[in-house]
Design a protein around this ligand. Structure first.
Ligand SMILES: Nc1ncnc2c1ncn2[C@@H]1O[C@H](COP(=O)(O)OP(=O)(O)OP(=O)(O)O)[C@@H](O)[C@H]1O
Length: 253
């Protein structure tokens, strides 16, 4: 069964301008999906709908078989725990006045997750490769790559079923980017992942499936290897033609 089902969803921030147009997408448990498209094609907007931050103008989104509905408070609380997000900028996404431990524990507090929060934070930091000492320090004491590890720890600490990543490695240098992609690949074993990126090389390294968005419409979707080897839609062909060199394991920009 689908973990998330996006069914014929359209959306616009203003009535007269459609940003997403008849988008349908199934995300199964453990799936890794790369969402690719030019700037302004609606990738972040689709993530906002998947997070329940925006509602479709038409169509529906369901999670574990239940439609997202702000009126269903108990379901939305559980949904907020199950779907977490990592944003692009590791410098602005972490509160500089809080210790790492407090930052990573934030979803546990706000979602009122039962259990030993100190232990859960330590486990999350360990799974992203940061030692226990990191918990007592502040974000400015870490590099960009380490900060993104902290942001990933914060996202995985409530054990979500779906992790959304919006250009989560774009701000990092190449070596750090490769390490974070490896980390996401490892963590992805227990979660579904939707990974927004301009970088088709990173998507090729990380995502089993790829979805190509053009002006709010899905123009092509399928197994990443198959789509990259034999793109059918002219827009996909143009996107791939603009990538100078692409090998299946290459994570360079
Ligand atoms: N809060 C908003 N209010 C009005 N329009 C918005 C808002 N957020 C985004 N848009 C518009 O929606 C369109 C899609 O934006 P979106 O951020 O989803 O694209 P994107 O594919 O993620 O782009 P990028 O790769 O540059 O991040 C753009 O034309 C943008 O100007």
């Amino acid at each position: 069964m689908s973990l998330v089902r996006v069914d014929d969803v359209s959306f616009g921030y203003a009535r007269d301008r459609r940003i997403l147009d008849a988008v349908s997408l199934d995300i199964t448990a453990g799936d890794t999906i790369g969402l690719v498209g030019e700037s302004g094609s609606g990738k972040t907007t689709l993530l906002r709908l998947l997070l329940g931050l925006q509602r479709p103008a038409s169509g529906s989104i369901s999670f574990d078989g239940t439609p997202l509905d702000p009126g269903n408070a108990a379901f939305m609380r559980s949904f907020r725990r199950q779907v977490q997000v990592v944003f692009q900028d590791p410098y602005s996404s972490l509160d500089p006045r809080q210790t790492v431990s407090s930052i990573v524990a934030e979803p546990l507090r706000s979602l009122r997750v039962p259990g030993d929060h100190t232990q859960m934070v330590a486990d999350a930091l360990a799974s992203v490769g940061l030692d226990r000492d990191a918990a007592r320090r502040y974000p400015h004491q870490f590099s960009g790559g380490q900060r993104q590890r902290i942001a990933i720890a914060r996202a995985i600490v409530p054990s979500p079923k779906l992790l959304l990543a919006d250009e989560a490695v774009s701000a990092l240098d190449l070596t750090t980017r490769t390490r974070i992609v490896d980390l996401l690949r490892r963590l992805g074993a227990g979660m579904s992942l939707v990974f927004v990126s301009h970088d088709i090389g990173v998507v090729a390294a990380l995502c089993r499936r790829i979805v190509i968005l053009e002006k709010g419409r899905i123009v092509e979707a399928g197994e990443t290897v198959a789509v990259l080897a034999n793109p059918q839609h002219p827009y996909t062909q143009r996107l791939l033609a603009s990538v100078p060199r692409l090998k299946s394991k290459d994570t360079s920009p």
